[in-house]
Design a binder for this molecule. Structure first.
Ligand SMILES: Cc1cc2nc3c(=O)[nH]c(=O)nc-3n(C[C@H](O)[C@H](O)[C@H](O)COP(=O)(O)OP(=O)(O)OC[C@H]3O[C@@H](n4cnc5c(N)ncnc54)[C@H](O)[C@@H]3O)c2cc1C
Length: 499
């Protein structure tokens, strides 16, 4: 069994952010476990054509690792991945990472007050466990009749198969979410026939994407404070979107009208336009951006099917009206397991508490999206209700890394071996979050989305401004935790020499 003080799972923005924070605070007794063979999380895995961020890169990056060299407003996957790889090298993060180690679960020991973490490479013991396993990480492929009988290649957007040549092929895409709207316009150039199966049309805004001119990059690189000022302006612009989403729905019609006007300009055909027009409020699902998505449907070889997928056969898809569509390659643009993102980890806490069971029975409830009652010294990053629809989640990740560091300091100040959030504090947090999400667009907007659990409760989105999250996590409310004292160790036996 390997021992370390702090164990981090994952090397995406979360795991890397946590590791950097620990190093900066002078803590080096930690290990990062990563099941893949390189760092990067989302930006290592998603290599589909056209993959890029939808929050401007100057904001979608670490505040303490500004990059003056972003080449465009919304950087593409290779550039974001490069950014993460460069930071990892500069900070020598690889010294702390063990690759190819997949965590399957963890068990809290009430006697030693430590976690035993189980992996495919043996066990680890640690005092504190930080799970940066990602909420958009496990591809979601719906159970469709006949899916295994399909003879051609099929893959999910997050596991793009670059060996499959799409040129001259009949391709079907199932799903029109954030990833799909990025790759659909690009693959349309290559394929012979593209059929897109849409369940619900997304709201798609024009994307204000443009190359960053060299003179701007030079200013960002050389003028102190210039990039920081730009980032601050971006932050507040993005933050202003939360006003409408968080409950002031009367601001939405203006934006909705603008998108509909844009759609009308791009798609003159009323029948096609009707299929592309959402029947729910803007913001209820993630708002998407593209300058080429709607335009793709104007092409003769691209068909939008809104009837639904009934079943899959060896050489095609039967839609809900019974029409067969011949297909050579099937691409799933159907998103990720979100609400159940942590369920595959078997985590046992104090007194044998089972995390998956607790989540199933009480809902996916945590305190601040990070800690769970009965699971001391375990922190989730980007956990429930800390996702965003309007701003960069890297902002949230940074607040979480700072909070976890404060928790470590608070434990040390109290000589505590563990900190367990109280049920009361957790309930109060969730009560407030649920009260607010119910007023927000995600509940009032007339849609179902991956933000909601099976009970219709939003377990994904932070329903306030992000600066409120900063405010609420900037100090530890010590009364919200039970501070568990270190176990008393028996004094060592006096050393006696046998006669
Ligand atoms: C295509 C795409 C575009 C996105 N664009 C944006 C955007 O523009 N703005 C925005 O705010 N958000 C965006 N997101 C959300 C994005 O997921 C987050 O911004 C962020 O990258 C999450 O970082 P993370 O470290 O928490 O998780 P991830 O990046 O998912 O990293 C998790 C890491 O943990 C590892 N791991 C998981 N389970 C285990 C295990 N059991 N054992 C060992 N290792 C494990 C994984 O291999 C992975 O490396 C996007 C997501 C996708 C999929």
């Amino acid at each position: 069994m390997k021992r370390t003080d702090i164990l981090i799972i994952g090397t995406g923005f979360s795991g890397m952010g946590m590791a950097m924070k620990l190093i900066d605070s002078g803590r080096h007794d930690f290990i990062v476990l990563e099941k893949a063979h390189d760092i990067g999380g989302t930006w290592r895995d998603n290599t589909y054509p056209g993959c890029e961020c939808d929050i401007p890169s100057h904001m979608y990056s670490f505040s303490y690792e500004l990059n003056p060299h972003w080449t465009k407003s919304f950087s593409e996957q290779p550039e974001i991945w490069d950014y993460l790889l460069r930071i990892a090298d500069e900070k020598q993060l690889r010294d702390y990472i063990e690759f190819g180690v997949e965590v399957s679960g963890a068990r809290w020991d009430d006697t030693t007050q430590t976690w035993t973490v189980h992996t495919n490479q043996g066990s680890y013991e640690c005092r504190v466990l930080v799970a940066g396993v990602g909420a958009l990480h496990i591809p979601n492929i719906p159970h469709v009749e006949g899916v295994d009988s399909f003879n051609g290649p099929q893959f999910h957007s997050a596991n793009w198969d670059h060996d499959v040549d799409l040129s001259g092929k009949k391709v079907a895409v199932v799903g029109t979410g954030a990833s799909a709207i990025q790759f659909i316009p690009i693959i349309a150039d290559d394929v012979e026939q593209l059929t897109v199966f849409q369940r619900t049309p997304p709201w798609v805004l024009p994307k204000k994407d443009k190359p960053v001119p060299n003179w701007v990059k030079s200013i960002f690189a050389s003028v102190p404070g210039a990039q920081r000022a730009y980032r601050n302006a971006l932050y507040w612009t993005l933050e202003s979107r939360a006003i409408a989403f968080n409950g002031h729905l009367n601001f939405l019609p203006i934006a909705e009208k603008l998108v509909k006007r844009y759609l009308k300009r791009v798609v003159p055909d009323p029948e096609l336009r009707a299929k592309l027009t959402p029947d729910y409020r803007l913001g209820c699902k993630r708002v998407l951006q593209s300058n080429t998505y709607y335009q793709t449907y104007l092409r003769d070889h691209v068909e939008l099917n809104t009837t639904g997928v009934q079943r899959i056969e060896s050489d095609g898809i039967i839609d809900a009206e019974g029409t067969k569509h011949e297909v050579d390659v099937l691409i799933w643009g159907t998103g990720f397991h979100v609400i159940d993102a942590f369920d595959y980890l078997s985590i046992t806490g104090r007194g044998g508490a089972d995390l998956a069971k607790q989540f199933a029975e009480n809902g996916v409830e945590t305190y601040m999206g990070m800690t769970v009652h009965n699971f001391p010294n375990l922190y989730f990053m980007l956990g429930p209700n800390t996702g965003l629809g309007h701003n960069s989640v890297v902002f949230m990740i940074e607040q979480q890394t700072k909070y976890i560091l404060r928790m470590l300091e608070a434990m040390e100040q109290r000589d505590a071996a563990a900190a367990d959030v109280t049920q009361e504090a957790q309930d109060a947090f969730n009560h407030e979050v649920q009260r607010l999400v119910e007023k927000g667009i995600w509940t009032q907007g007339g849609c179902t989305s991956w933000y909601l659990d099976s009970q219709g409760k939003n377990r994904t989105i932070w329903p306030k401004f992000t600066f409120q999250y900063w405010w609420e996590t900037r100090t530890i409310k010590t009364e919200d935790f039970e501070w568990v004292p270190a176990p008393v160790t028996a004094p060592a036996e006096p050393h006696t020499v046998a006669a």
